[in-house]
Ligand binder design. Structure first.
Ligand code: AMP
Ligand code: MN
Length: 323
């Protein structure tokens, strides 16, 4: 696919990603935004995303993000990055349906096809890595490189998870040649937490419960506790990784309440459990080692249902009872 050819001569282009945008979603959307603005200055380019975390405000174009999406005019080209159309923010979905051409760029293994042009590469570490490969490098500058770099570090846990390939590292090396302050970016957007975020992390770890002979762990934040600490979903990014890093754990679950009897579920695993299959069963998706879904019911119902499917996945790979 050639992005510029697909946008040749058009006047209105929109870009969006998934709800609760993470680093890869924000980084890849803003990198593409910068690229299109630079190469197609005559076109009107809009980015529709729910308000991302403040730490991403240093990415060029952050202040141009439209979280209201009140436009009703159809777009010539509508890009959906890091997501399937069903996972877009609601008002953007209406505009997507009206667009003359839709382009879906993603790396989720659970994305099985959407858009007039469908560019899904499950082997890619991140959507940002795909954007890097798709853009004409002569347009690249420090701002674009930084946006892509943020996308990659967030989806690879700073080049740590198994989705990191030699190519990912090579792209990382190319990107830091543009001279942005990458150690600061890694610290500020990935590792650093506010005091309250750290307190909530402490609560989550303290109240976690191991099950299935200690091979799985779950922890849940209810609305009351979130209100007590005055935290929202943006403050909870990365918590699940702390559960997954505990010795002996093959599958970690972090849940937070989104409504009465409704939870956002994050799943992380090692080679014993394909959590994309577990999440897909409950209407979500993701990758083999990192996936998510929304579940309805009590906390105990959710955990019981999840554990049945986790066990099934473990047995397939010879883990847990299938050892
Ligand atoms: P999370 O723990 O929600 O940050 O998600 C882990 C991974 O799964 C990320 O790559 C998400 O984009 C993906 N993911 C989370 N929820 C969903 C969903 N409902 N559908 C598809 N992918 C998801
Ligand atoms: Mn991603």
């Amino acid at each position: 696919m050639n992005i510029l050819q697909e946008c040749q001569g058009v006047s209105r282009i929109a870009i969006t990603g998934h709800v609760r945008p993470d680093g890869d979603c924000v980084g890849s959307c803003l990198a593409l935004y910068q690229y299109l603005q630079k190469r197609l200055p005559q076109a009107q380019v809009r980015v529709y995303l729910e308000q991302p975390a403040e730490t991403f405000a240093q990415i060029k174009g952050y202040d141009q993000i439209d979280s209201q999406c009140e436009d009703t005019e159809p777009y010539d080209v509508f890009f959906v990055l890091d997501s399937i159309p069903e996972r877009m923010m609601e008002p953007a979905k209406k505009l997507y349906d009206k667009a003359l051409k839709t382009i879906n760029i993603d790396h989720h293994i659970s994305n099985t096809g959407a858009g007039d042009i469908f560019w899904v590469v499950p082997d890619a570490s991140s959507t940002a890595e795909l954007i890097y490969e798709l853009i004409d490098k002569s347009a690249m500058d420090a701002d674009m490189a930084m946006a892509i770099y943020i996308g990659i570090i967030h989806d690879t846990g700073v080049f740590q998870y198994s989705n990191t390939s030699p190519k990912t590292m090579e792209i990382g090396a190319e990107l830091i040649r543009y001279g942005f302050d990458f150690p600061r970016l890694i610290l500020e957007t990935f590792y650093q937490r506010t005091y309250v975020q750290s307190q909530v992390l402490g609560r989550v770890l303290l109240e976690s419960i191991r099950f299935m002979d200690g091979s799985c762990i779950v922890s849940c934040l209810d609305r009351k506790t979130m209100d007590f600490y005055n935290v929202n979903n943006k403050d909870l990014d990365g918590i699940v990784n702390h559960l997954r890093n505990i010795e002996g754990i093959h599958c970690a679950i972090f849940m937070y309440q989104t409504d009465v009897l409704e939870y956002k579920v994050s799943l992380r695993s090692d080679e014993w459990v394909d959590v994309s299959k577990v999440a897909a069963f409950f209407g979500g998706g993701g990758h083999k080692r990192a996936a998510g879904c929304i579940m309805r019911g009590t906390f105990h119902d959710c955990v019981n249902n999840l554990s049945l499917h986790i066990k099934e996945e473990m047995e397939k790979t010879g883990g847990s009872d299938g050892r």
